[in-house]
Design a protein around this ligand. Structure first.
Ligand code: HEC
Ligand code: HEC
Ligand code: HEC
Ligand code: HEC
Ligand code: HEC
Length: 176
């Protein structure tokens, strides 16, 4: 057999053998690493319906009251949701868990609050204070461009901005 044909057959075989690896790499990269691992929530809330300028346009801090002052942004209480949903979509099945949690007039009422699951919490060894950052004039969207699919906050995302803004980057400013 001519040498070039052998080589090209070897190349074809090598390509075939590496294909599953390439595919697996793709699955890991796009399916696991890049996308946040979204937890199952008590009901299918979406930010877009509530915050988009052409929708209800509720300010972020109406639901996350600590974000401009406190270390933690916090989650909304069920009564905040009920203020609207007593009237809006009140019979919609997607809101049944809210009525069970917080609406004493609901036949399914339990009084057991909704439990929202965090998708991107920092590890316990990192110190972050919301108020300190929002008071410095940073918009929520700088760090939360897509709150419906919050990506993990990497150390580099902190350092990139701190270096640009000449904020101290010694380890102990963020790590206890
Ligand atoms: C200021 C009023 C208001 C508040 C407060 C509010 N909602 Fe809504 N919500 C709406 C409106 C308006 C819609 C869109 C209705 C439509 O699609 O016609 C909506 C839609 C929804 C939907 C349907 C799915 C979606 O996202 O489009 C769910 C589920 C929902 N809201 C849950 C909640 C929860 C949970 C809270 C509290 C954390 C909450 N809402 C607070 C007004 C409100
Ligand atoms: C009507 C109430 C409401 C408003 C307004 C609202 N949020 Fe939320 N937010 C929620 C609820 C409920 C959750 C928990 C469910 C979820 O993760 O989608 C949440 C979760 C989040 C999370 C996920 C945090 C994590 O680690 O899992 C971020 C980030 C966030 N919101 C940012 C924002 C920003 C930024 C805005 C303004 C653009 C905003 N929210 C407006 C109700 C609200
Ligand atoms: C400089 C970056 C930055 C800015 C600006 C910022 N956040 Fe955050 N946010 C974070 C980080 C980092 C976390 C994770 C904190 C943790 O797990 O301790 C977080 C977590 C959250 C959470 C999860 C729940 C909680 O109690 O912490 C919500 C909700 C949230 N942010 C909303 C907001 C809103 C609303 C604004 C604007 C008013 C805002 N954030 C501005 C970086 C930021
Ligand atoms: C978009 C820019 C930006 C990002 C992203 C950011 N920071 Fe900051 N950070 C700032 C600014 C600006 C200040 C100074 C605030 C002030 O003037 O007090 C600051 C201050 C701090 C301080 C206080 C430092 C000191 O010595 O006083 C800590 C701690 C901190 N940030 C932690 C974090 C952590 C942890 C993250 C990532 C999860 C983060 N930051 C992401 C802009 C940012
Ligand atoms: C501006 C804030 C900030 C500074 C400064 C900082 N870190 Fe971090 N660091 C973080 C955040 C946020 C995480 C969590 C990232 C994550 O969960 O992926 C982290 C995670 C880590 C981890 C754990 C990595 C892992 O895989 O869990 C180590 C180790 C670490 N940092 C070491 C350091 C050292 C050493 C320094 C000083 C040279 C330093 N950090 C400075 C914010 C910071």
């Amino acid at each position: 057999m001519p040498e070039t044909a052998t080589k090209s057959r070897a190349a074809t075989i090598a390509l075939f053998l590496s294909l599953p690896l390439v595919l697996l790499g793709g699955v890991y990269y796009y399916g696991y690493r890049e996308r946040p691992h979204l937890p199952t929530q008590p009901l299918p809330f979406t930010h877009n319906s509530h915050t988009a300028a052409d929708k209800t346009a509720i300010p972020c801090v109406a639901c996350h009251q600590g974000a401009e002052t406190a270390p933690r942004a916090g989650m909304p209480t069920d009564s905040t949701c009920l203020q609207c949903h007593q009237h809006v979509l009140s019979a919609d099945a997607r809101l049944a868990p809210l009525h069970a949690a917080a609406n004493p007039h609901s036949p399914a009422y339990t009084g057991e609050p909704l439990h929202w699951v965090r998708s991107a919490p920092l590890p316990a060894h990192v110190h972050f204070h919301h108020g300190q950052h929002t008071r410095a004039g940073l918009d929520c969207a700088r760090c939360h461009p897509t709150p419906d699919a919050q990506l993990p906050h990497s150390m580099n995302s902190c350092l990139d901005c701190h270096r640009k803004e000449s904020i101290p980057t010694n380890c102990s400013s963020c790590h206890y």
